[in-house]
Design a protein around this ligand. Structure first.
Ligand code: PFF
Length: 451
């Protein structure tokens, strides 16, 4: 087995671990996917289902990732090999790393757009007369502009990772998360004071149980995985840098609550502003890059808000992207026993190729389709809808059936340091062994047959 000669990287403090996990969790998924999903899937009714999925399915699987990562103190691939030597389980780790490559390849393209729009906001190019659809379309279809910002975003992520776990990841997340918390509250407060804000809140919070279907439940769980960064080894990798003394349940609970709270705040910041401008919230890119700049341009202090908003979007995307990149880098670094900077360079080279293909999906490669989807949409679809769920399923089966009950409890309680009620440990194990794998398997089958 190859091991690095030097001591492994580690986080300095438990707060560092928590902020890094929150950084990974809070991302584009919270800011443009969650508010829209809530509004179109039954409002508060969706939130209730989402919360149930988070508590009963996502959190137990997050605990599993944490157990596997911290117990093995290894990268996502080696973790499975260490805990179950010479078995096929190492392929689960490999799948996780491949998922990160796919996810990161399109994530950095959108990350690039956030920098592009941040720069445009600083240059104050947005006015109420601007053709926003035109600006967005010309950005994505211009190969040079799209590729430039994609590579820039990837380079910034790589620069953070180059600094290592403490000086790079831990420090950057500390700053980014503090800035995010302050700025989002500021925008929520501002948004609430706008005329017509109530319509936005109604869209977000008014329960409509007639919209609740099986499909809505599937959407809620899929969003839970994406939002909490579950199923691709990112949590496992960060957990492998955590101290054995850290309280695992507390860490995962704080991460989950923060991510969910941020998603709700994002909805409360964005939707009232959109409704107050008399617009309808469109999905994804349309909302963040077409409707919102228009909304900002018509508002008092709109220029400042636009700068703040695109900075938030950038910060959230960056803190998520670095967790994906670190999962890949840790794998390359430890498996080929090389230096961090070489692993970062190699990851950069690989991702840049796929990312450029994704970036060109809106321009010269728009006619190139895989199963009817452009590179960008294909990478988005298979990573968010299929790979994360398969990863989550395998992780819960592994933790539930391949790690002994004693070892599982030992890791969760940090060797008995934390007194966790027996009923809670027992219930958690039942969810990990039976309920989570069953429900997630149903989701995967449904995604594959496209119900
Ligand atoms: N949690 C991120 C978001 O909500 O945008 C997406 C993500 C980041 C998924 C990192 C997986 C991951 F490892």
């Amino acid at each position: 087995m190859k091991t690095s000669a030097k001591a492994r990287d580690s986080f300095k403090s438990n707060l560092g671990v928590i902020l890094a996990l929150i950084g990974s969790a809070i991302g584009l998924g919270n800011l443009w996917r969650f508010p829209y999903l809530v509004g179109t899937n039954g409002g508060a009714a969706f939130i209730v289902i989402y919360l149930l999925c988070i508590v009963f399915l996502c959190m137990p699987i997050m605990v599993c990732e944490f157990v596997i990562g911290r117990r093995s103190q290894a990268n996502a691939f080696r973790a499975f090999e260490k805990l179950r030597p010479n078995s096929a389980w190492k392929h689960t780790g490999l799948l996780a790393v491949i998922t990160c490559v796919i996810l990161l390849s399109f994530y950095v393209v959108v990350g690039g757009w956030t920098i592009d729009y941040f720069v445009k906001s600083l240059r104050m190019v947005f006015t109420p007369q601007t053709d926003y659809e035109g600006v967005f379309n010309s950005m994505v279809s211009s190969s040079a502009e799209n590729i430039f910002y994609t590579v820039l975003f990837l380079a910034v992520s790589a620069a953070v990772i180059l600094g290592g776990v403490r000086k790079g990841i831990e420090r950057t997340n500390k700053y980014l998360m503090s800035a995010l918390a302050i700025l989002i509250v500021f925008i929520v407060v501002y948004s609430m004071t706008l005329p017509g804000a109530k319509a936005g809140l109604n869209f977000l919070f008014k329960p409509d149980f007639s919209k609740v279907t099986f499909r809505v439940a599937l959407n809620a769980l899929g969003q839970g995985f994406l939002s909490l960064s579950i199923g691709c080894g990112a949590i496992m990798t960060y957990a492998s840098y955590a101290s054995k003394k850290d309280n695992l349940l507390k860490t995962t609970t704080v991460t989950t609550i923060s991510d969910t709270l941020f998603a709700l705040l994002a909805g409360m910041a964005i939707l009232p502003a959109v409704f107050s401008a008399g617009m309808n919230p469109g999905e994804g890119a349309g909302l963040a890059f077409i409707s919102l700049p228009y909304v900002f341009a018509g508002m008092p202090f709109g220029k400042l808000l636009s700068i703040l908003f695109y900075f938030i979007l950038f910060a959230a995307a960056l803190s998520s992207a670095i967790s994906l990149l670190e999962t890949i880098v840790a794998f390359l670094k430890e498996e080929s026993n090389t230096e961090r900077h070489r692993a970062v360079l190699l990851s950069f080279a690989v991702i840049v190729v796929f990312a450029v293909l994704c970036a060109l999906s809106f321009g010269v490669l728009s006619g190139f389709k895989i199963f009817g989807l452009t590179f960008f949409d294909f990478f988005d679809y298979i990573s968010s809808n299929i790979c994360l769920a398969i990863g989550a399923l395998l992780i819960s089966v592994f933790a539930g059936w391949k790690i002994s009950k004693e070892d599982f409890y030992d890791e969760i309680t940090s060797g008995g340091k934390y007194k966790i009620p027996k009923w809670l440990l027992g219930t958690l194990r039942v969810f990990v062994r039976y309920i989570a794998p069953l429900v997630v398997a149903i989701i995967i089958i449904n995604s594959l047959i496209g119900v």
